[in-house]
Design a protein around this ligand. Structure first.
Ligand SMILES: NC(=O)c1ccc[n+]([C@@H]2O[C@H](COP(=O)([O-])OP(=O)(O)OC[C@H]3O[C@@H](n4cnc5c(N)ncnc54)[C@H](O)[C@@H]3O)[C@@H](O)[C@H]2O)c1
Length: 348
């Protein structure tokens, strides 16, 4: 077995101030944004190396990160002595091999969501981490750090709205790739809400259903939008509207309804315009401005070893529930979700 790190313990380069050298695999939209945050907005870390199958992208991000090393081989990056921890932001299907290599090398890894696209791949990752014997993996469910959602959880926990009954979620993007399978809206987008529902209520989703209106004419053949209805262990109902081709902008908001009040999460920009009979606020074009603070706090938590992020088990559970939703989408029926018992490594 390789070096045993304690949960949340982050290695760092020796001598001088404590700086953790991060290897970034995948330098597209998210990898570039994470590298920028690590360079400009997170303390105690720097980008030590990068890899992308698109060498031009890797070189661009390396240059913007103060001259990080560009690796020709991602597995050489993972085992390199000059890399203390790894951030994976390559496409979903590549996550499993890279996460397993990080676990084999005994290096902490922050893997973008989803942990892996299939339940079987997530199970292999969980088994590898259990075999390693301590937690190395964090999954990039950054909404757990969004001030809106943490505020909602604090009010719920303090009993400010009584027992929770319902949660209404809206998740809209301006445009998706034409021809995307309807299942991708669940496994890639709604997976954020599947995680946040488990995190918010501290209990599992036990039943799912997916309802579909007629598809939008703007959706390029995709079943879009979709309405997921999730039932938790204690009987809370959470609905999730996923609309990937909403055209007007990117928007994520939700309302939690309790027995004595409600809590709303929204992120309206502080500047608004009143003119010509309208009162308008700008909407972001994608998730990066909406969740900028959540990404920064997620990375800082990881670098600090505070272990506030989602575990490999959370990543497994989210993909497990997502596939139950895909089955419900296909059959049109409700589907029971029977997660296996939580392994000891992940019990709180
Ligand atoms: N947490 C969030 O809010 C959020 C938002 C968007 C995307 N994501 C996730 O982040 C990951 C990256 O998404 P993105 O939007 O940046 O996509 P992207 O297409 O912009 O970037 C993906 C990058 O991975 C590279 N790549 C492909 N195969 C590779 C391989 N085998 N090894 C190394 N690099 C490889 C591509 O060249 C590309 O540069 C995905 O897993 C996605 O689901 C998370």
């Amino acid at each position: 077995m390789t070096t045993m790190l304690q949960p949340g313990q982050m290695p760092a380069e020796a001598g001088g101030p404590t700086v953790t050298r991060i290897g970034v695999i995948g330098t597209g939209v998210m990898g570039a944004d994470h590298a920028r945050l690590l360079t400009e907005a997170v303390s105690g870390a720097r980008v030590g190396g990068v890899f992308d199958v698109d060498g031009g992208r890797a070189r661009g991000v390396a240059a913007a990160s103060g001259g990080a090393r560009v690796f020709a081989d991602p597995y050489a990056l993972i085992v390199d002595d000059g890399i203390d921890a790894v951030l994976i932001a390559s496409s979903d299907a590549t996550h499993e091999d890279y996460v397993l290599a990080c676990v084999a090398a005994g290096k902490p890894v922050l893997c973008e969501k989803p942990l892996a696209p299939t339940v079987e791949a997530c199970a292999r990752i969980v088994e590898a981490e259990i075999e390693h014997g301590s937690r190395l993996i964090t999954v990039g469910f950054m909404r757990r750090f969004d001030p809106g959602y943490t505020g909602m959880r604090a009010l719920l926990t303090a009993g400010e709205i009584g027992a929770p009954l319902l949660m209404h979620n809206v998740h809209r993007n301006p445009a998706a790739v034409p021809g995307l399978p309807g299942s991708a809206l669940i496994t890639n987008s709604a997976v954020h809400e599947l995680d946040i529902v488990r995190w918010l209520f501290g209990e599992e989703i036990v039943e799912v259903a997916v309802h579909t209106p007629r598809p939008s004419g703007q959706a390029g053949g995709t079943q879009d939008p979709q309405l997921l209805v999730l039932t938790t262990e204690s009987g809370v109902l959470a609905d999730v509207e996923i609309f990937a081709n909403a055209r007007y902008g990117y928007e994520v908001r939700c309302e939690l309804v309790g027995e004595t009040g409600t809590v709303t999460v929204d992120a309206p920009p502080p500047t608004s315009l009143r003119r010509g009979g309208l009162h308008a606020r700008a909407l972001p074009g994608d998730w990066r401005p909406r969740f900028a603070e959540a990404y920064r706090l997620e990375l800082q938590d990881w670098i600090d070893g505070a272990a506030g992020g989602a575990s490999a088990w959370d990543g497994f559970a989210a993909t497990f529930v997502a596939h139950a939703c895909v089955a419900a989408l296909t059959s049109g029926d409700r589907h029971a979700v029977e997660l296996p018992p939580v392994p000891a490594l992940y019990r709180r």
